[in-house]
Design a protein around this ligand. Structure first.
Ligand SMILES: Nc1ncnc2c1ncn2[C@@H]1O[C@H](COP(=O)(O)OP(=O)(O)O)[C@@H](O)[C@H]1O
Ligand SMILES: [Mg+2]
Length: 292
């Protein structure tokens, strides 16, 4: 287990910074597995990666990366640790800001707390070019708040019809309430390209018909028993078993995600900082009254 805080890397990064929020309509579809493995794959491709566990109710990225985090998001928000102290280094130099599972108070962060967290993360912008945020599932969670402030929003879906229905509901909320204009769609646990394509075709047809949002398929990840084995071993698949089918699909996914453009959200222009400060609609109201 790694326990040391990550060292400061003062040199500016060579890549344009991007924040990728990974979300889904339904829990258990593979957001955390994908976030952890894409983070490791991006780091292996030379990116400086910060992975944030923002599934504050069901946090598990520390376990998936096999690291022990002394402090969590809660300690940063409570002023008990600085963000530098809270970050730990995982495989391939991926930095992790962990959360504490079962923290019901943090499960739904208020607008102000979320802004404070964004400010703390923004203070690290010289150190990272790729920030991957594993959000909670579902429309009523922190997921929409983080997705509103990220340049790139990834929705994970599986071929399960309930996952597809919930992914559609999530995309609808992201589009209509959070003004997200482009969603990157990942099909996880697919038997192959044919099944993944049929999931994509159905979701794209529905969103084109009823919503004003562009859904871009960015890849699929094979259903592979090696994924569960890697979860049990507390080691990301792409570093522990790089030649499995799921590993190669995860590496291809990381590459594709990094090649996606990061257009501005609605009328909010990307500022110099990692997160977009000025959130819109429901989030602005939350920010003013501090509620959820
Ligand atoms: N591609 C896959 N193939 C096989 N099993 C998978 C795959 N992706 C995820 N899983 C299984 O699903 C479980 C839940 O994944 P997780 O990433 O924790 O979901 P979420 O973060 O969306 O709640 C994992 O522990 C793993 O056992
Ligand atoms: Mg998760």
């Amino acid at each position: 287990m790694h326990t040391t805080p990550t060292p400061l890397r003062p040199e500016p990064t060579a890549y344009e910074p991007r924040v990728i929020a990974v979300t889904s309509g339904k829990g258990g579809v593979g957001k955390s597995v994908i976030s952890a493995n894409v983070a490791v794959a991006c780091a292996s491709q030379g990116r400086r990666v910060l992975l944030i566990d923002a599934d504050l109710a069901l946090a598990n990225l520390d376990l998936l990366l096999g690291v022990e985090a002394r402090y969590t998001v809660r300690d940063v928000l409570d002023g008990k640790a600085s963000i530098e102290e809270a970050i730990v280094e995982g495989p391939r130099g991926v930095s992790l800001l962990a959360a504490c599972s079962g923290d019901v108070e943090l499960a739904a962060l208020g607008g102000k707390a979320r802004m404070n967290l964004f400010d703390a993360i923004d203070s690290l912008e010289q150190r990272y070019d790729t920030v991957i945020v594993d959000t909670g599932a579902g429309v009523g969670s922190n997921a929409t708040g983080f997705a509103s402030a990220a340049q790139q929003v990834v929705v994970v879906v599986t071929p399960d019809p309930t996952s597809m229905a919930d992914a559609y509901a999530m995309i609808k909320v992201l589009s209509q309430r959070c003004h997200v204009e482009r969603v990157s769609l990942v099909v996880n646990q697919a038997s192959g390209a044919v099944e993944a394509d049929s999931v994509v075709d159905r979701l794209v047809a529905l969103t084109q018909r009823f919503l004003d949002v562009t859904v871009v398929p960015v890849g699929f990840v094979y259903a592979d028993a090696a994924v569960s084995r890697s979860v049990r071993a507390c080691e990301p698949l792409v570093s522990s078993l790089p030649s499995t089918s799921a590993s190669s699909s995860l590496r291809a996914l990381a590459k594709r995600l990094l090649s996606e453009p990061t257009p501005p959200h609605g009328s909010v222009a990307a500022g110099p900082s990692l997160f977009w400060k000025r959130l819109m609609g429901v989030d602005e109201a939350e920010g003013r009254d501090g509620g959820q």
